[in-house]
Design a protein around this ligand. Structure first.
Ligand SMILES: *[C@@H]1O[C@H](CO)[C@@H](O)[C@H](O)[C@H]1NC(C)=O
Ligand SMILES: *[C@@H]1O[C@H](CO)[C@@H](O)[C@H](O)[C@H]1NC(C)=O
Ligand SMILES: *[C@@H]1O[C@H](CO)[C@@H](O)[C@H](O)[C@H]1NC(C)=O
Length: 434
């Protein structure tokens, strides 16, 4: 089903980047103002002209505080909060309580969506010279079992064996280049690096159409042991309710087996691996040489694309569950045009602790709430209605964000703007070791 709402949202997300930049500039600007004590109302600056927009503007800027932001960030990242889990529920409570404690009109919308979690993963490499090696599928630094193992959400289950082959980004042109080198990936487990304009799901689908039996992806630019979790679902929003909001009670849903649902999931299993693991596999390959432009940050000892002789045995088992997720909103009604809406939002769910993505953004959202609430107590109200949004289940394919737009679909002609500040901080990582 063609979905005009979804294409709107796709466009929205491309605009996101510019909003992030705008917000970063704003954030930079505001945090360079000294923090005046906001904790008690008795210390409010006495305002000679309470109606002055300029006064409210200056007060808003003066309320910026990296202390409160860092406090919120710490609280939000105390435990992993993957959507649909207990940790996510606790984080939702924290955000809701924060909005309520600020005296803001707070709404929680619960809905149920299809989410996906791993239950069993194994990857074994059979090297021609070194025998068999079981490859660690977890990630260094994982604390106990509370962090979900690296996986691709919505990957179908499977257990396969095939020769390893390197396919660069896994684009059509990469397979054509392999074909020119005499490499056929049929029956192979492909190893692909992330990028080249390919979505995760796109890489898996393309590999399946080339006859591959499974896909392992690695991401450059993160630490050599780091693994990038992600979704392989095609499109955005809950797969069982495309185009409408699946509210908990009486929500209408498609069946998991319906064609419209099935075509959003790939047909072969996949998993993310670290660049370190990828190099262990790729270094053992024979066959034609790796084209120079495919090398990226790969170790110089990686020389050949395969296929084989290394054989990979890869098993993925997962469970798909209808889970409850929660979008949380604080609404500040506008006085002049209350039926026009400015959205300022960010998702809340994270694959693990989410210190950068998304909580660098969420902690700033909570601080914006605190500052708006303070201005409200001084008598300020916005011209248009401002909605602060904390969306759930974004990592699974913008499920919560899309749900919200579906839910409020009838309002869409009234949207003035939407700032989606996904990441406020980008941690600079240096390529190479450590
Ligand atoms: C807050 O920001 C100021 C200026 O950017 C900086 O000097 C200060 O160290 C920061 N404080 C904390 C607690 O990070
Ligand atoms: C690759 O191998 C498969 C199975 O052997 C075969 O069906 C397919 O035609 C081959 N593809 C190409 C492009 O030669
Ligand atoms: C492949 O891995 C699976 C799951 O760990 C295991 O049950 C199976 O015996 C392995 N197959 C071979 C041939 O090693």
């Amino acid at each position: 089903m063609a979905n005009p709402l979804q294409s709107r949202i796709t466009k929205l997300s491309t605009v996101t980047i510019s909003f992030i930049i705008l917000l970063c500039i704003l954030g930079f600007y505001t945090t360079h103002y000294t923090f005046t004590q906001p904790s008690t109302e008795t210390q409010n600056p006495i305002n000679p002209n309470p109606q002055s927009k300029c006064h409210f503007h200056d007060t808003y800027l003066s309320l910026a505080s990296n202390y409160t932001v860092s406090h919120y960030l710490r609280s939000l990242t105390l435990h992993p909060h993957l959507a649909g889990t207990t940790g996510a529920h606790q984080t939702a409570q924290y955000v809701k309580t924060h909005f309520q404690n600020q005296g803001l009109d707070t709404k929680v919308v619960e809905y149920s969506v299809l989410l996906s979690y791993p239950t069993y993963l194994s990857l074994t490499a059979h090297f021609s010279d070194l025998g068999t090696q079981e490859i660690e599928c977890s990630e260094l630094g994982q604390v106990g079992s509370r962090v979900v193992r690296p996986y691709h959400a919505y990957s179908p289950p499977g257990s396969v064996m095939g020769m390893a082959v390197f396919v660069n980004y896994g684009r059509g042109e990469d397979y054509r280049a392999l074909g020119a080198l005499g490499v056929n990936v049929s029956g192979c487990v492909v190893v692909a690096r992330r990028g080249g304009g390919m979505s995760r799901g796109g890489v898996v689908r393309r590999a399946a159409s080339e006859g591959a039996v499974a896909v392992l992806t690695y991401t450059e630019g993160v630490s050599v042991k780091g693994v990038e979790r992600g979704t392989v679902m095609k499109g955005l929003g809950d797969p069982l309710s495309p185009g409408w909001a699946s509210v908990v009670e009486g929500g209408e849903r498609l069946e998991r087996g319906d064609d419209e649902v099935m075509e959003r999931f790939p047909l072969i299993s996949s998993m993310p691996i670290s660049i370190e693991t990828a190099e262990v596999i790729l270094r053992s390959l024979e066959g034609p040489q790796v084209p120079q432009e495919w090398r990226g940050t790969l170790n110089p000892k990686v020389g050949r694309v395969g296929p084989g002789p290394t054989v990979l045995n890869f098993t993925y088992q997962g469970e798909e569950k209808i889970s409850i997720v929660r979008d949380i909103f604080a609404v500040i009604r506008g006085t002049e045009e209350p039926d026009r809406y400015i959205l300022l939002g960010n998702h809340r769910d994270a694959w693990t602790y989410g210190a950068v993505d998304p909580n660098s953004g969420t902690s700033v959202l909570l601080d914006v709430a605190r500052r708006f609430a303070f201005l409200r107590r001084l008598g300020w109200s916005p011209r248009r209605t401002i909605i602060l949004c904390s969306w759930d289940a974004e990592e699974f394919g913008m499920v919560g964000n899309v749900f919200f737009l579906e839910f409020l679909g009838f309002l869409k002609s009234f949207f003035i703007g939407c700032l989606h500040h996904h990441l406020i901080l980008r941690v600079e990582r240096t390529a190479g070791t450590n």
